[in-house]
Ligand binder design. Structure first.
Ligand code: MN
Length: 244
């Protein structure tokens, strides 16, 4: 039964043909529990990486987009905010998957509560190397230059970037890769909200923050591996759903 009030949030599924069990889990989620929601929000890093929309025909990508399109046909709206792994996804991906893009950040009204949505990477302000790369990679020029390269070359480049980021993570302090408290407070302040939902850090949790004397809450979505997680939000508030 469709619950007109219910929104579901997921992020950081990192779907790839190399992890068929996570892909199967997501397919079951779309065919089952997600159908109860009026809106499904995917807050980035749906894919382990997305090399460009000319890769829509790759069998794993085609299968994933077809599952999303079939899901949308069931009446739930899918909203997608790209993450740092899938920011090269564009309009053709949206059409194939029957989803609508969301800007990062976006404020939405959830059962009367203004809620700030972000992927979460921009909150990790201690990770200056990454933010320097992000500033360049999100320019229209970088995007155009990247997408002008042959698909195979892009895939090879993204493999290198991914390996480099994994290696860099090993050498970085655990706290450096978490959301920065000042950046979090600033986000609440700038958008005038008391609730924030984001992913990216893979550290599923609910945090309470006091910002200028106002009690705020931050829900961090977890990554998907052998099991998944979703945040369900309706007029009663927020609660975790385990997906397995
Ligand atoms: Mn991410």
């Amino acid at each position: 039964m469709l619950n007109a009030d219910l929104s579901l949030f997921v992020s950081d599924l990192h779907l790839t043909a190399r992890r068929p069990e996570t892909a199967a889990l997501f397919q079951r989620f779309l065919a089952g529990p997600a159908r109860a929601a009026r809106t499904l929000y995917i807050l980035g890093d749906l894919f382990d990486y997305w090399a460009g929309d000319d890769d829509l025909g790759e069998p794993f990508n085609a299968e994933t987009c077809a599952a999303l399109a079939e899901f949308a046909a069931g009446g739930t709206r899918t909203l997608f905010m790209p993450g740092n792994r899938d920011f090269l996804a564009g309009a053709p991906f949206g059409v194939a998957s029957r989803l609508t893009f969301l800007a990062d950040p976006t404020v939405v009204d959830l059962a009367g509560v203004p809620t700030l949505l972000m992927h979460g990477d921009t909150l990790c302000t201690d990770d200056t190397d990454y933010l320097a790369f992000r500033a360049v990679a999100r320019t229209p020029q970088w995007r155009a230059d990247m997408l002008a390269r042959p698909l195979a070359e892009r895939k090879a480049m993204l493999d290198v970037l991914r390996a480099r980021s994994e290696a860099a993570k090993q050498g970085k302090d655990y706290d450096v890769m978490d959301a920065n408290a000042v950046a979090v407070a600033e986000a609440f302040r700038r958008h005038g909200v008391r609730r924030l939902i984001h992913g990216h850090t893979h550290r599923q949790a609910r945090h309470e923050h006091l910002v200028d004397g106002r009690a705020c809450e931050r829900w961090v979505l977890g990554a998907w591996h052998d099991s998944g997680n979703a945040l369900a939000v309706d007029g009663h508030g927020c609660r975790w759903l385990a997906i397995d």
